[in-house]
Design a protein around this ligand. Structure first.
Ligand SMILES: Cc1cc2nc3c(=O)[nH]c(=O)nc-3n(C[C@H](O)[C@H](O)[C@H](O)COP(=O)(O)O)c2cc1C
Length: 192
């Protein structure tokens, strides 16, 4: 796709894939800023601006990879193999073209807290669709590791924020086939 080719919104929704492997092409600061500007266009009840973005450099990505790798290595009995897991996951994260952590503020009012969390996820979706529109690929990641104090320290996330998602970004090396989706009509009730 040409860098400046316009992408129809519906096309972007239908063509976006979670990208597993990226080329070595860097993602520029300008591109990341464009992604984040798209993210903050998300609907946001009360305009609370709940999202916080942490753009990780190579060292922060590697530090997170070491934390994630150590968690995976707990399931490996052989100490040498466990060390290899940590090293592999660390190297994989260091080599990522870009990684953005999305966190949200945690409001004391539970209704606002839920709305803010929802808005933060809409920002994540905007970001991943914008990436596609810009010829980039992305992969949203989550998991219990997000609450690991060592992962939070690697991200530099503030103590009173909740980590929502980790998004890897880069130029896709390959575009996977679409995953089968159950048609919406199977989940839909038309209520008179
Ligand atoms: C809330 C959320 C959490 C996700 N967490 C992970 C994850 O931890 N690891 C992963 O490989 N993919 C993760 N994904 C990506 C999904 O696995 C992916 O969207 C799904 O397989 C459909 O593939 P597609 O995005 O290419 O259509 C996550 C997606 C969402 C929306």
């Amino acid at each position: 796709m040409e860098a400046d080719a316009p992408v129809d919104t519906l096309d972007a929704i239908h063509q976006r894939r979670s990208i597993k492997r990226y080329t070595d092409a860097p993602v520029s600061r300008d591109q990341i800023e464009s992604l984040l500007e798209a993210a903050v266009q998300a609907p946001n009840h009360r305009m609370t601006g709940p999202w916080r973005f942490y753009v990780l450099g190579a060292e922060a990505r590697a530090a997170f990879g070491t934390v994630l790798g150590a968690r995976k290595a707990k399931r490996v009995d052989d100490p040498g193999a466990a060390r290899a897991v940590v090293e592999k996951v660390t190297a994989m994260h260091r080599a990522l073209p870009a990684m953005i952590v999305v966190a949200t503020t945690v409001h004391e009012n539970p209704e606002i807290r839920e709305e803010d969390f929802a808005s933060a996820w809409m920002a994540v979706q905007n970001l991943s669709l914008a990436a596609h529109a810009m010829g980039l690929g992305s992969h949203i990641k989550t998991g219990a590791v997000m609450d690991d104090p060592a992962a939070r320290a690697a991200f530099g996330v503030a103590e009173d924020e909740r980590v929502v998602a980790m998004i890897e970004v880069g130029v896709p090396e390959a575009i996977p086939d679409a995953k089968n989706r159950i048609p919406a009509r199977d989940f839909t009730t038309w209520v008179d």
